[in-house]
Design a protein around this ligand. Structure first.
Ligand code: FES
Length: 156
């Protein structure tokens, strides 16, 4: 994943695309994550000012949603589905395996790899599902996980 530094002009363009409407805060934050890969403190201050909301309001929304990461991600982002269908097919065990084999805890980044939970990738029929750098994979066993991570590392 490419992390782009926060750019106030680009942020203003995004905010303006949504009419600088406070009720569009979630959508604006989603666009920020797509553009910058994370939500820095500077973005929260900027948004609060532009949308005439308190910083606490914006912080509240950012911390409520898992997708709004507040630290820059690594070059690769590995997401493991934690929703019900995937849990019933072993996603907890897969998460433990991923954390051990990558040497990184959930919500953390190490060696340029970020490990994150996700709550349904729309791939429930092929549980457990994961996403690596925006590509979804289903029926991921521990062995398949290792293969996928190996391929991800080779792509560097
Ligand atoms: S519950 Fe995991 S993809 Fe839907």
């Amino acid at each position: 994943m490419t992390t782009i530094g926060y750019d106030k002009d680009a942020a203003d363009n995004i905010i303006d695309e949504f009419g600088a409407r406070p009720e569009m805060l979630v959508q604006i934050l989603q666009a920020f994550v797509q553009r910058f890969a994370w939500i820095p403190e500077e973005a929260i201050r900027h948004l609060a000012e532009k949308l005439n909301r308190s910083r606490a309001d914006v912080h509240g929304v950012v911390s409520y949603y898992h997708d709004f990461r507040t630290r820059p991600p690594g070059k690769h982002v590995v997401r493991i589905c934690q929703a019900e269908a995937c849990q019933s097919m072993g996603s907890r065990s897969l998460t433990e395996h991923a954390s051990n084999s990558l040497g990184v805890d959930m919500h953390d980044t190490k060696n340029d790899i970020t490990l994150e939970p996700v709550y349904c990738l729309g791939n429930c029929a092929c549980s457990p599902a994961i996403m690596i750098d925006n590509k979804t994979y289903g029926r991921v066993s521990h062995e398949r996980f290792d293969q996928l991570v190996g391929a991800m590392r080779q792509s560097d």
